[in-house]
Design a protein around this ligand. Structure first.
Ligand SMILES: Nc1ncnc2c1ncn2[C@@H]1O[C@H](COP(=O)(O)OP(=O)(O)O)[C@@H](O)[C@H]1O
Ligand SMILES: [Mg+2]
Length: 334
């Protein structure tokens, strides 16, 4: 089968301004693109690199592909940026891997995703949106228990999430909110900080979706308020240990699995996704966010956890491809 690969490449030199150095963090390296290309080829297909943005638009009209393997994050600072490539493919009636444009849009907006899962009984940290720093003092913060976590409302790859994003009081909240407004130019979501274990859950498949693996992220240095921040993700080999499967009570693992599959269905995900949770002191899982387009590079969480479960990159791509092609009644290896 001729498979097109849509992706957004990280530029060699990401723009750095006085506030942020992570504006291109979610885009992929050429190394990741080549890895996915070779894993698709190892599954017996030909690959055409389609790129992203306007290059993708030119290529998708010119190249004859039967199916698109999509890892494009989209262009611009829009909530709907991950929906761009799927929306074009839907317009052209070209089948593609992963969740559809609507699901990707909803899940990139952390508040929308939380509202949808909370409505169905999933526990998620109490939150407050902040659209403008001028509104900070008109909110009744006494309703909230510090420490609080501040994040840009529609980002991924821990963009904007730094150690300073956990705040202990109003003064710190104001300073951090200003930093994030200046750097990310979007609404912020402010949540109660859930201090227990950090667990991420990988899911693949559709009928039914299944948990592929769960992984606990353990800080090497004991710290009171661990955050899987951008500083930690960039230096993960030194800063954290990954435990997969997590050495947790079976009842905790079961509640994580139940919550994950429920969330995948509520949000209408397809083929694969990764969901982040924090546990409270009693082992209750709190939904933090979902990534229906999780990274597939060598250092990405989903790939690391698959590897720890004995699933190679080629086998992971095979699983995603097989489940996606089945949705369209397309056969693998044709
Ligand atoms: N409410 C919270 N309580 C505790 N930690 C949090 C909370 N929200 C985010 N974090 C920490 O910040 C990290 C990044 O936040 P997340 O919402 O997953 O953003 P991203 O989409 O950038 O991955 C999480 O993996 C977790 O370590
Ligand atoms: Mg996350």
């Amino acid at each position: 089968m001729r498979i097109g690969l849509s992706f957004d490449l990280k530029p060699d030199k990401a723009p750095v301004n006085e506030y942020i150095d992570d504006s291109m963090e979610e885009y992929d390296s050429m190394e990741t693109v080549r890895l996915i290309e070779s894993s698709i080829e190892a599954n017996g297909h030909q690959v055409t690199l389609l790129g992203g943005g306007k290059t993708f638009l030119d290529n998708i009209r010119r190249e004859k592909v039967d199916f698109v393997f999509n890892i494009a994050e989209g262009q611009g600072n829009y909530r709907g940026r991950e929906s761009q490539v799927p929306a074009v493919l839907e317009m052209l009636d070209i089948p593609y891997s992963g969740s559809d444009s609507l699901c990707l849009g909803v899940c990139l907006d952390k508040e929308l995703a939380k509202k949808m899962v909370a409505m169905e009984g999933i526990i998620t940290p109490k939150w407050q949106m902040l659209s403008d720093i001028k509104k900070l003092h008109s909110i009744d913060w006494k309703e909230f228990r510090f420490p609080l976590m501040i994040k840009p409302a529609h980002e991924g790859s821990s963009k904007g999430v730094r150690l300073s994003s956990v705040v202990m009081n109003m003064g710190e909240l104001e300073t951090e909110a200003k930093r994030q407004f200046d750097g990310y130019n979007q609404a912020l979501i402010i949540e109660e900080f859930i201090g227990g274990d950090e667990i991420t859950v990988g899911i693949t498949g559709n009928e039914p979706p299944q948990v592929l693996a769960m992984m606990r992220v353990l800080p090497r240095k004991k710290t009171e308020h661990f955050v899987y921040s951008i500083e930690v993700k960039r230096d993960y080999l030194k800063q954290v240990d990954y435990e997969c499967p997590p050495k947790l009570d079976t009842s905790v693992l079961q509640s994580l699995e139940d919550a994950s599959l429920k969330i995948f269905n509520i949000l209408g995900c397809r083929d694969f996704a990764r969901i982040d949770f924090r546990l409270d002191n009693n082992g209750n899982p709190y939904f933090i966010e979902i990534n229906p387009l999780p990274g597939l590079g060598n250092h990405s969480d989903l790939v690391l956890m698959a590897d720890m479960m004995g699933i190679s990159h080629i086998a992971l791509i095979k699983k995603i491809l097989a489940t996606a092609l089945k949705r369209y009644s397309l056969c693998i290896n044709q």
